[in-house]
Design a protein around this ligand. Structure first.
Ligand SMILES: *[C@@H]1O[C@H](CO)[C@@H](O)[C@H](O)[C@H]1NC(C)=O
Ligand SMILES: *[C@@H]1O[C@H](CO)[C@@H](O)[C@H](O)[C@H]1NC(C)=O
Ligand SMILES: *[C@@H]1O[C@H](CO)[C@@H](O)[C@H](O)[C@H]1NC(C)=O
Ligand SMILES: *[C@@H]1O[C@H](CO)[C@@H](O)[C@H](O)[C@H]1NC(C)=O
Ligand SMILES: *[C@@H]1O[C@H](CO)[C@@H](O)[C@H](O)[C@H]1NC(C)=O
Ligand SMILES: *[C@@H]1O[C@H](CO)[C@@H](O)[C@H](O)[C@H]1NC(C)=O
Ligand SMILES: *[C@@H]1O[C@H](CO)[C@@H](O)[C@H](O)[C@H]1NC(C)=O
Ligand SMILES: *[C@@H]1O[C@H](CO)[C@@H](O)[C@H](O)[C@H]1NC(C)=O
Ligand SMILES: *[C@@H]1O[C@H](CO)[C@@H](O)[C@H](O)[C@H]1NC(C)=O
Length: 773
């Protein structure tokens, strides 16, 4: 499988190299291919050769011990060949951040644009924005690489489905919907990697965490040892689609395997899934473990009976690099004991070197591309700040606006009170995986820019809010103000990596604080909610003293400015919730139960808007505007007929007991030879009834008219934002691929297209169409 260069050639090459190294010692160390003779000396430096050939040649030059030093995120230099040391682990989830060792803020670049946390940017449902934000992060990342402050390989995006509202890292994801998460993944990776036609990369992005990872710590379960029991059905139509898209369409050059086991096998040892990624989805890149995910296979999961066995499990399954030192420490003995063969290591190195070569890490000329010339003036730019503003604006969700309290009229407001511990805190603006922001604007500062007479009272010391000591002072401040804005919600002390929530209610005594304020203010107050996870604010929905509710997620460094723009109507809110907001009673559902589908026999309610049929506080896709909009279907199909040649052999699976079992008449997607032929377009009109010009987010759902628990209640199949001025109608067109959007998986995880009546849904407006064979 792997061609070794014959020994004599190898030693000749090393000799030549030694000679070369002694001739130009100063130019060689960091760029092995920097000298003009390098391509002669090393085939791996010859950029006319295919990347695979070059990588093979490089692998053939290394000794076993040298190879082993490459199997960690912190890979050693090989001075003999001029190979630089390389740190694989850099982070850039929503801006550069120092969560990994690869990013350093101590050089000529001291800060980077802090974009909103992903869950808020996702709420914009704007592909163009997602792409643009990823590109901006990439520009700053490449600039930091060029100043020696970052690597080229970044471990973002996090595209696990936000399955349970308690998940501490749900904030990092694009939410609970597979189509949204898939689309986000593709836009992020394409925007970030900037791959050219020859497969050259500006940077490398990583789809994580592969797979079914969405639990940190719950009731004795921990991510390091959790065995996620996932049905083939849920795997196919919920957990895997974002990864499939990330690779197939986004061409991600990295996959990270997760800590957890999937059906009894550690994710990093799931050879079948890693092979599927390469063979079926066309993955070309490297697989990294999450940090220390190999060590835990033996030490904590006791899945293997020795460190060496763990290493064999993951290397033979297709993992290429371990975040941590475990492989550095135990691979040699794994080879000696015969658990691992050198060709397993060669295979891993090939994947690693190919990515480094595609990134141009060894190339001679580092100034030959626009991005190799980026530097400190390309970070914290006005353009990037404007984009951070756009992301926060387009994401913020208006949840309640009783009697048109909002927007406030600037010239009619004498004074404002900002109440709540987050009101003047710059550290809370980014959520987790935040770096050092360029110039943060707190909520207080943002509002003060509009109303000079704005007074702040924290009420509680922090978001945990376990004391009422500050309440009286807050009452005094709130009583005197014309209008009151209470900032409540979550912080990383409630939700973050390694920390899931136990309650969906506001933490500590925050609810008391909000209600107390609502009882003393002159007018109904505005409640601003921070946080990534959904919050049960039923009390506030009903409370007449609370006129408005706005969700701002973790809005990034310009959060204060954008909130003020929304409060005063300089921006008409148009974000939509990317997750279901459940009531507190949902905490009775075991978090470790991975089933998406409901099971009435054991009162299991199912998860996410696609399957959950219980009460919600706010549903997925909810979001108000300062205007009202209405829809019309301008054109949509009445019938889609599956017939040859687009369907190979007309293999209709007839259900004997139509509508009584979970097996309706259907056609397997694999039997459809041309999904392209089945694509259809839906044209929709959006009319702005007035109030204010604005942008509207159209979410198109589909459902099947049966209501069996096996099928989604409804399913998002298209989304599009559209600008519409008062009294005007705008038009939106969406292209639907039935194979991709309308199919669901059966119990065996096979995708099928149901026959019969389906319904397109735009809020309350419905259009029925038939799929017939
Ligand atoms: C680089 O590879 C090309 C294609 O195989 C070959 O023609 C060329 O001679 C090589 N260059 C050097 C310097 O070896
Ligand atoms: C930045 O920090 C790293 C790691 O602590 C250190 O190795 C490096 O020398 C520092 N660079 C500067 C310019 O201070
Ligand atoms: C989507 O985002 C881009 C980038 O911010 C923006 O230019 C565009 O106007 C947005 N589209 C709509 C319809 O809001
Ligand atoms: C895993 O086991 C090791 C060795 O027993 C222990 O030191 C470590 O804390 C454990 N890690 C986790 C995450 O449980
Ligand atoms: C939020 O948590 C961060 C630490 O993660 C802390 O610095 C900040 O003060 C906290 N803010 C509030 C309002 O609790
Ligand atoms: C929050 O403030 C309280 C004092 O009211 C303090 O005891 C607690 O440690 C703080 N919590 C955090 C996470 O900072
Ligand atoms: C608040 O919580 C902190 C720990 O987070 C604790 O030290 C402190 O005693 C608590 N205060 C009250 C009033 O419960
Ligand atoms: C939007 O519609 C609601 C209910 O139909 C109505 O109460 C409200 O006044 C309308 N708002 C605007 C801005 O037209
Ligand atoms: C839908 O469910 C209800 C009970 O929940 C049942 O009475 C009805 O027959 C079902 N409809 C279909 C089309 O299966």
């Amino acid at each position: 499988m792997f061609d070794e260069i014959p020994k004599p050639a190898q030693s000749l090459l090393s000799l030549f190299l030694l000679l070369l190294a002694s001739l130009s010692a100063s130019s060689l160390p960091n760029r092995p291919c920097a000298s003009s003779g390098a391509a002669n000396a090393f085939p791996f430096c010859n950029s006319s050769l295919p990347v695979l050939t070059r990588a093979k040649s490089l692998v053939s030059l290394l000794t076993l011990d040298e190879k082993i030093t490459q199997l960690s995120n912190t890979a050693d230099a090989v001075p003999r060949l001029g190979l630089p040391a390389y740190e694989w682990w850099s982070e850039a989830l929503h801006g550069l951040c120092a969560n990994g060792p690869g990013v350093l803020f101590n050089g000529s670049i001291r800060a980077a644009t802090l974009f909103p946390q992903v869950i808020l940017t996702a709420a914009s449902f704007n592909r163009t924005l997602w792409h643009a934000v990823a590109r901006a992060i990439a520009v700053e990342a490449r600039a930091m690489h060029n100043t020696g402050q970052a690597g080229l390989t970044f471990w973002a995006p996090n595209i696990n489905i936000f399955r349970d509202p308690r998940w501490g890292r749900g904030q990092e994801t694009p939410g609970e919907d597979p189509l949204t998460a898939s689309t986000y993944a593709v836009e992020y990776v394409k925007g970030f990697q900037h791959e050219d036609d020859n497969g050259r990369l500006m940077l490398s992005a990583c789809c994580k965490h592969f797979t079914a990872y969405d639990l940190e710590k719950w009731n004795g379960f921990a991510r390091y040892t959790f065995n996620a029991k996932v049905t083939e059905q849920d795997m196919e139509d919920t957990f895997q689609p974002p990864f499939e898209s990330c690779i197939k369409e986004g061409h991600a050059s990295c996959l990270m395997c997760a800590y957890n086991q999937v059906n009894g096998i550690p994710s990093c040892a799931r050879e079948d899934l890693l092979n599927q990624a390469r063979d079926e989805w066309g993955f070309k890149g490297y697989v990294t473990s999450d940090c220390d995910a190999v060590a835990i296979i033996y030490e904590n999961q006791t899945y293997s009976s020795s460190p060496e066995e763990s290493i064999a499990d993951v290397l033979k399954a297709g993992m290429d690099i371990n975040c941590g030192t475990y492989l550095l420490r135990h691979t040699k003995s794994a080879v000696e004991k015969g658990n691992v063969q050198e060709e397993d290591i060669n295979r891993a190195l090939l994947n690693l070197f190919m990515v480094q070569l595609r990134l141009g890490l060894f190339e001679a000329d580092q100034n030959n591309q626009w991005f190799t010339r980026l530097g400190h003036t390309d970070v914290c730019t006005e353009n990037h700040r404007n984009l951070a503003l756009e992301a926060a604006r387009q994401g913020i969700v208006l949840l309640k606006n009783e009697n048109g309290l909002l927007p406030l009229k600037r010239n009619k407001v004498e004074s404002i009170a900002v109440i709540g511990p987050a009101g003047h805190d710059a550290d809370i603006l980014g959520g987790d995986y935040s770096g050092i922001p360029c110039q943060p604007v707190t909520i207080l500062e943002g509002i003060q820019d509009y109303i000079t007479n704005t007074i702040f009272a924290p009420g509680c010391q922090n978001m945990s809010c376990n004391s009422t000591i500050g309440f009286d002072h807050a009452v005094d401040v709130a009583r005197k103000a014309d209008y009151v804005v209470v900032v409540a919600g979550l912080n990383l002390t409630e939700e973050t990596e390694d920390l899931d929530r136990v309650s969906l209610l506001l933490p500590g005594k925050q609810m008391q604080l909000v209600s107390r304020m609502a009882s003393v203010t002159k007018r109904p107050l505005v409640l601003v909610l921070m946080g990534g996870g959904p919050i049960d604010v039923s009390f506030a929905k009903q409370n007449k003293g609370i006129g408005g509710i706005i969700w701002i997620g973790y809005p990034g460094e310009v959060g204060g400015q954008v909130l003020a723009e929304v409060l005063f109507g300089d921006y008409n809110p148009d974000g939509r919730l990317p997750v279901t907001w459940y009531p507190e009673s949902f905490t009775n559902v075991p978090m470790n139960d991975m089933n998406m589908r409901p099971d009435p026999s054991r009162s299991y309610p199912g998860r996410t808007y696609r399957f959950y049929t219980g009460k919600t506080v706010y549903r997925f896709g909810y979001g108000l505007s300062y205007s009202n909009f209405s829809y019309g279907f301008l054109s949509a199909p009445d019938k889609i007929i599956l017939s040859p040649p687009s369907v190979k052999t007309l293999h209709i699976i007839k259900s004997p007991t139509y509508f009584k079992t979970d097996d309706l008449d259907h056609v397997y997607i694999n039997d459809i030879s041309s999904c392209e032929d089945l694509k259809f377009s839906v044209r929709i009109s959006v009319f702005n009834h007035g109030g204010m010009d604005g942008t509207h987010t159209v979410l198109l759902f589909v459902r099947h008219i049966s209501n069996l628990t096996d099928y989604p209640v409804k399913q998002l199949i298209g989304f599009e934002r559209v600008r519409t001025n008062v009294g005007e109608t705008a038009e939106v067109e969406m292209f639907i691929d039935p194979c991709k959007h309308i199919s669901t998986a059966n119990k065996q995880g096979k995708r099928r297209l149901l026959l019969g009546a389906h319904v397109l849904m735009l809020e309350d407006l419905e259009h029925e169409f038939y799929i017939e064979a």
